[in-house]
Design a protein around this ligand. Structure first.
Ligand code: C5P
Length: 460
């Protein structure tokens, strides 16, 4: 950890020798948006001029466009580590900073590359927002006021479910110290601030509640027996009601594969945000940002991070739109399970949504399916969606948290056969391939994942 923080400090001292303007390129998800917001706020404070773009993923086409610009200094946030060679080739003579936590390409470069993987840390121990936060704090200690964004970014990347890593705890300590975040132990369910219990339990996929999740009449019965109103929000329950609910959920989960008490955990509340707002709980905040990014409204997400009131209002409307689109995508999936769009085989499922799901939504859709208990643990989901540029966005996920499979390596071993690099980490990986490679890709997946030896090594 010390080496990692030393490397951040060295990168900052190198940056201080450079002149503005600076070009920032960041990723459209919650971690990318919080990273971009931290760096933008830090640069504003230092009077560093910059221009910012938020992109779905870094491609050679984008690098080509960047190479035509006259900036001398480029920051890549939450992306870039998987494209070191391509970045160096496209942007020679430029000062490059990459603050990313994805598995890096194996390449020696002159880039100022800060990535936990280079310091014996894992990509799931700190997200890009955390790295950017340490950079910003070294630039100016007053940026400790941005620490909550480092935590929201980490949560957006599914970190902190069972507490954070040692290094992210340093950020959390800062956020608590400056009064930005309050930690509360309790039911770690999504929507505690904003959703009535009926909806909260109905849509509770993580943790999953057998017999309750997805079954509206059972949710009514369950709450009725506990004498708790389905319209009440979790945050408004009395201590007595909360205890009853926790016990009843644990009982429902007895016998399930997971530890029944996994429903308890830490919730991180933003102290400056109003109670019951979608920006109060860091988990809900991260969803708000994700929906902005994935619906192409990144600037609204940045506004939310930087505490702009009108952006917060707009983001709530975007979230509603995002939910509608997600439900439409899920409905498409369920009604096409018996069609040629979806290939269900032992151990893996290929979901080829073509133009039926937005490319920026396909990852979220695949995550929901992987958490839904629809397929058994270890089943690999490979989803595909067409992009307006006539490419295919690929998203892969694994059902349950398999320790054996590294999805990034797995996807890479397939896309490399097409001459294409994939990115991501153990539990989520993605890529972009040309449309004309669609059938070849599908056949390669079937060939590689359908073999007896693969199935034996990774039983579902
Ligand atoms: O887009 P999706 O959520 O499926 O991405 C899963 C993981 O793969 C993320 O970590 C993302 O950054 C990475 N990815 C990538 N290159 C792509 C698409 C996704 O590195 N072209």
């Amino acid at each position: 950890m010390k080496d990692f923080l030393d490397a951040v400090n060295l990168a900052v001292s190198k940056f201080k020798e450079l002149n503005s303007p600076v070009r920032i390129i960041s990723h459209l998800d919650c971690d990318g948006l919080t990273s971009a917001s931290i760096l933008s706020a830090a640069f504003q404070k230092q009077d560093v001029k910059f221009s910012l773009s938020i992109i779905p993923n870094l491609t050679e086409t984008i690098l080509k466009q960047l190479s035509l610009e006259s900036y001398k200094t480029y920051f890549f946030l939450d992306l870039g580590s998987g494209m070191l060679k391509e970045i160096e080739k496209a942007l020679p003579e430029k000062n490059i900073f990459i603050l990313d936590h994805h598995q890096p390409q194996d390449s020696l470069t002159n880039i100022n590359h800060i990535n936990p993987h280079l310091f014996s840390l894992d990509g799931s121990e700190i997200s890009a927002a955390g790295i950017t936060y340490f950079f910003a704090k070294e630039l100016n200690q007053e940026n400790i006021k941005l620490s909550h964004l480092g935590i929201i970014g980490a949560i957006g990347d599914m970190q902190g479910k069972n507490g954070f890593s040692e290094i992210v705890n340093l950020i959390l300590d800062d956020a608590v110290k400056v009064g930005k975040i309050e930690i509360k132990k309790g039911l770690r369910m999504f929507g505690a601030q904003t959703k009535p219990l009926l909806k909260l339990l109905l849509y509770s996929t993580d943790p999953y509640i057998p017999g309750i999740t997805g079954n509206e009449s059972e949710v009514h019965k369950f709450l009725n027996e506990l004498a708790i109103s389905p319209d009440k929000k979790l945050t408004n329950l009395t201590e007595e009601e909360t205890k009853k609910l926790v016990t009843a959920i644990i009982l429902k989960r007895l016998g399930s594969e997971e530890n029944p008490e996994d429903i308890l955990g830490f919730n991180y509340l933003l102290k400056d945000e109003p109670d019951e707002s979608p920006t109060k709980d860091a988990k809900e905040f991260s969803t708000l940002l994700n929906s902005c990014g994935r619906l192409g409204k990144s600037s609204v997400g940045i506004g939310v991070c930087l505490n702009d009131k009108s952006s917060k209002q707009k983001a709530i409307e975007i979230l509603a739109q995002f939910r509608i689109e997600l439900i439409t995508s899920l409905n498409w999936f369920y009604s096409n399970r018996n069609s040629s769009f979806i290939i269900e085989k032992p151990g893996f499922v290929i979901i080829n949504a073509e133009n039926n799901v937005r490319p920026s939504m396909i990852g979220t859709l695949t995550s929901i399916i992987s958490n839904s208990n629809l397929y058994s643990t270890n089943t690999i989901l490979i989803s595909m969606a067409h992009t307006p540029e006539e490419d295919i966005k690929i998203s892969t996920r694994i059902c349950g948290r398999s320790k054996n499979i590294n999805l990034k390596q797995l996807l890479n071993s397939i896309t490399n056969l097409l001459g294409i690099e994939s990115g991501g980490h153990n539990y989520a990986a993605g890529s972009v391939i040309p449309l004309e490679k669609e059938q070849e890709f599908i056949q390669l997946v079937i060939k590689q994942l359908g073999t007896e030896s693969f199935l034996k090594a990774n039983p579902t």
